[in-house]
Design a protein around this ligand. Structure first.
Ligand SMILES: [Fe+2]
Length: 454
């Protein structure tokens, strides 16, 4: 077993690609779940030891559900030049196609894109084969975040490229047809690491934390915590001319990895929430990600949800840690992205003192209630992807899909939970243990052109 935490235990890479059909299902799979759950992970080839978890080559795991059946499971590497050893840095600068493509998978304009924030996306087929690097017909000239946002009201894809070098931050909007409408450099941005961001109905919200470009960091990803780097939130109006009006608001030191959601409240203030680490939390996470000593037992043992309320009229920011569970991978009903959401979901992890445990958490922001679906010992759940029910009338009418890595059984199941009460509705037995990993999406059949599907 590797001494690297990201190559052992739940995170032990798969050594090959497999396909299986007619998977065993416990319980009843809702027939309306007709589509694919596709989840990404860092999965270097056998014999390859990346210097950082995030440098491991991307492998996607797909589970195809249709009409109450689980038709297939497949796992495939994303075939990028980096998988074959191509270097990121070349004599002509970074090769944006030399990607791990191992962070996320999304769908936009009928295309499946595997994402990693320091590169171009990689397009996949519905069967998880790799088409190639995708640059929006030449219009994308920067890297692309792994956390683009689809505006549920307009169908636009909002995203950014963040770089250690000027202009540091570029904001892009693609229309529902997949065409980039505009790209705008953001003034006064810094090389602070920006993994995620948020949109509201009227604004774009960037977060610059204390983790910033540091060429002396030799783990393979040149970022480190800096007390000198100011933490701040940047808010600008949406639209191609919004960047000129961006304003920055100082916040407490920290590093927000993921935004749960943001919205304008009734008073017009911007509310943003997301799991965030402080200096010590970042140190423990980074040491886990790089395999350095003195690390957390998991990457997220000190990641607590913060809420910022920014009053853009007065410039005041109210900031609070709003929960005592260590959580990451926040999700919500994406129909509420950018609007006030009542519910959100996350994966909980045991903290440094053993408080909490591996589970799927549901938060009710109206009542303050927190409910946890514990998954049991030696079981690691992946990000809980929310799928709305057909004809849903409530925000939480729908399903949560999570893939469990079970070390004791050396096996995995896809769990389908009722998002309302977190009860298990069905479990799909997968033919192998799925490596613990990062983000994924539910891709309904209606989003894809499946005319060539068998
Ligand atoms: Fe992420």
């Amino acid at each position: 077993m590797s001494s690297k935490p990201y190559l052992s235990g739940h995170y032990t890479p798969a050594v090959d690609e497999t396909s299986a059909t007619d998977l065993t299902v416990e319980g009843l799979l809702p027939p309306e779940l007709t589509g694919r759950l596709i989840r990404n992970s860092h999965n270097p080839k056998a014999g390859v030891t990346p210097s950082h978890w995030f440098k491991g080559s991307g492998m996607v795991h797909g589970i195809r559900l249709r009409d109450g059946r689980a038709e297939w499971y497949r796992n495939r590497w994303v075939r990028t030049p980096a998988l074959e050893g191509a270097p990121y840095m070349t004599e002509r600068g970074p090769d944006l196609t030399a990607s791990s493509a191992g962070t996320h998978v999304i769908e936009h304009a009928g295309k499946l894109l595997a994402l990693c924030e320091s590169n171009f996306p990689f397009e996949l087929t519905p069967d998880l084969d790799t088409v190639g690097a995708y640059d929006f017909t030449g219009k994308l000239r920067t890297v692309m975040t792994a956390h683009p946002k689809t505006d549920p009201a307009t169908g636009e894809l909002h995203f950014f490229g963040s770089s250690p070098f000027p202009p540091f931050l570029t904001y892009h909007v693609a229309n529902p047809k997949g065409e980039i409408e505009y790209s705008v450099d953001i003034p006064d941005a810094t090389p602070s690491l920006k993994h995620d961001f948020a949109i509201t109905r009227n604004h774009v919200v960037f977060v610059e934390g204390n983790v910033t470009f540091d060429p002396s960091e030799h783990s393979g990803i040149p970022y480190a915590w800096s007390d000198e780097q100011l933490s701040r939130i940047g808010i600008m109006p949406r639209g191609r001319h919004g960047a000129a009006h961006i304003r920055w608001y100082s916040i407490e030191p920290g590093n927000m990895l993921h935004a749960t959601n943001a919205y304008e409240d009734a008073q017009g203030r911007i509310v943003l929430e997301g799991p965030t680490v402080d200096r010590e939390g970042f140190r423990l996470s980074w040491n886990w990600w790089t395999g350095a000593p003195d690390r957390g037992t998991e990457p997220n043992t000190r990641s607590y949800t913060r809420r910022w309320i920014v009053d853009t009229a007065t410039g005041q920011v109210d900031e609070q840690i709003i929960d005592d569970l260590a959580v990451e991978f926040p999700t919500l009903n994406d129909d509420f992205l950018g609007a006030e959401n009542r519910y959100s979901y996350a994966v909980s992890f045991p903290d440094q003192k053993g408080f909490g445990g591996y589970g799927i958490v549901k938060y009710d922001r109206t009542t303050g209630a927190r409910r946890i679906h514990q998954v049991g010992d030696a079981r690691l759940p992946s990000e809980a992807v929310f799928v709305p029910a057909a004809g849903a009338t409530n925000e939480d009418d729908g399903y949560l899909l999570t893939v469990i890595s079970d070390l004791k059984q050396d096996a995995s199941k896809l769990l389908v939970l009722d998002a309302s009460g977190l009860e298990q509705l069905a479990a799909v037995h997968l033919p192998r243990r799925v490596t613990g990993g990062i983000h994924g999406s539910w891709i309904p059949d209606t989003a894809l052109d499946l005319s060539e599907e068998s």
